[in-house]
Design a protein around this ligand. Structure first.
Ligand code: HEM
Length: 462
């Protein structure tokens, strides 16, 4: 009797929820044709394509249904900061995220930024020595550019951020391989569309990485407690169960190591396929040759424009908040909309401002000097319909939640590109090769990854 009542109640709630209609002042509502699932399949397959289609249909704000969840998507970039700054009504999605950021900022960014930069450079220089790379002077080696960049920056970041010992390159290679197994599956895991075999691969990667990375195995110098160690310790102190700790730890490993490598790939990939850009960057590096190592990275407007342009084209994080209470928001044209408690709010800076044709001409093209003024200084003024755009690109998130590792990421990418361009001969195996297309399943997950690779050969410059 009780079960029947509960079932009927459940059905009634489901029907009521499914019958959701647009209320006055709410954004346009698009539920899709399939009950409950709504637009989930199209959203998951290629978020950029789907959201661009929705933007064309509804404008800069709309609500879609995906797997039972109502998601309001905001694409008016001039009001991102103002809307997301209300951290009372709009909540970060998980407690683990909030905690991670707090600990990360405390233990890495505030206290150790300079030290980290210094040790990051040391670690990278160690990894590109001929013995570490298995290279003899003047011998060419072939590789895929993606794997080349990702493995080098993963290892550099891992050694620097987690303070692990550097003497075992076989172990480092193994950790990278296992991390990549997990990274490849990340979009599927996040959407819970993985099959049985993939579930096993992810779980075995999680087990192995957990074994390698738990606090006792990480370097624990008293003055420099590892950041990840701190994080896991806090989770334990708060009574979080072991499985959740493992999941959280792997996600944090991904957040800190999963973006800089792919970004370095796109930077070098664009340079190798755009000869004028490569020549201009080389000239800039050449001009700073006489500077001390710590000064070399400082005055590099051409490289900075190349990096900003690369991130504009490839940074595609979907920034999500939970709507904790009904909330009114105002778009930059003055129009007001009501958000409903229990929904999610998403912004996707990749579509606007980054790929917005009203802000950036020919947005799909790589133009290395897009962020340079005619006098060679950094270009900051971009306009949309006569209004100055606050941020022409938003790769590091919004003001309330900027990536705390951004300086570290920029220095690491710069150090890698400068080291490769000065210490190595690097060329495409096939002279006219083109950059591979992006893997569309990665929209929403930070820096995009390519669907294929770019074959390169390199040797140590004699
Ligand atoms: C090109 C490289 C990178 C890009 C584009 C990037 C981008 C971002 C973005 C957009 C967010 C905010 C996400 C949100 O609000 O939902 C974020 C958060 C974060 N990033 Fe980065 N990041 C990069 C590299 C790094 C590196 C190298 C580290 C650490 C060494 C790092 C550490 C973090 C941490 C701890 C958070 C907070 C996580 C959270 O709030 O869930 N990031 N990053």
């Amino acid at each position: 009797m009780m079960w029947t009542a509960l079932l009927l109640l459940g059905l009634a709630v489901l029907l009521l929820y499914a019958r959701r209609t647009r209320r006055r002042n709410e954004p346009p509502l698009d539920k899709g044709m399939i009950p409950w699932l709504g637009h989930a399949l199209e959203f998951g397959k290629d978020a950029a394509k789907f959201l661009t289609r929705m933007k064309q249909k509804h404008g800069d704000i709309f609500t879609v249904r995906a797997a039972g969840q109502y998601i309001t998507v905001l694409l008016d970039s001039n009001c991102y900061d103002a809307v997301l700054s209300d951290v009372v009504s709009l909540d970060q999605t998980s407690y683990a995220q909030v905690l991670m950021k707090r600990i990360f900022i405390k233990s890495l960014c505030q206290n150790y930024c300079h030290l980290e930069n210094f040790s990051m450079q040391n670690n990278l220089q160690h990894l590109v020595t001929p013995s570490e790379m298995g290279l003899k002077v003047s011998e060419w080696k072939k590789d895929g550019l993606f794997d080349f960049c990702y493995s080098l920056l993963f290892k550099t970041g891992y050694l620097t951020v987690f303070g692990a010992e550097k003497n075992n390159s076989a172990a480092l290679a193994e950790i990278y391989e296992e991390f990549r197994r997990f990274d490849k599956l990340l979009p599927k895991l996040a959407r819970t569309t993985e099959n049985k075999e993939e579930k096993q691969i992810a779980s075995s990667a999680r087990e192995k990485l957990w074994k390698w990375l738990t606090p006792s195995r990480l370097d624990r110098k008293p003055e420099r407690q590892s950041w990840l160690g701190n994080y896991v310790q806090q989770l334990q102190d708060e009574g979080v169960d072991a499985e959740t700790q493992r999941r959280a730890m792997l996600l944090q490993l991904w957040v800190t190591q999963g973006n800089a490598g792919p970004a370095a790939f796109w930077v070098l990939g664009y340079l190798l396929t755009h000869p004028e850009a490569l020549r201009t960057v080389r000239e800039e590096i050449q001009g700073g040759k006489h500077l001390r190592p710590e000064e070399k990275q400082k005055n590099t407007p051409v490289f900075d424009s190349v990096l900003t342009e690369t991130l504009r084209l490839t940074a595609a994080a979907l920034i999500t908040r939970e709507v904790k209470q009904d909330k009114k928001i105002c778009l930059s044209n003055g129009q007001e909309y009501q958000l409903r408690r229990g929904d999610r709010l998403c912004i996707f800076p990749f579509i606007s401002p980054q790929m917005d044709p009203q802000i950036h001409q020919q947005p799909e093209m790589f133009q290395f000097d897009r962020f340079l003024n005619a006098d060679g200084t950094k270009k900051k003024d971009f306009f949309k319909e006569g209004l100055r755009v606050k941020n022409p690109s938003v790769p590091w998130g919004t003001k309330d939640n900027l990536c705390p590792g951004r300086q570290f990421a920029v220095s690491a990418i710069k150090e890698l590109v400068f080291t490769i361009l000065t210490g190595f001969d690097l060329e495409l195996c096939e002279k006219n090769a083109k950059l591979p297309l992006v893997d569309p399943s990665r929209y929403g997950f930070g820096i995009l990854q390519p669907a294929g690779d770019l074959e390169i050969r390199y040797r140590i410059r004699s």
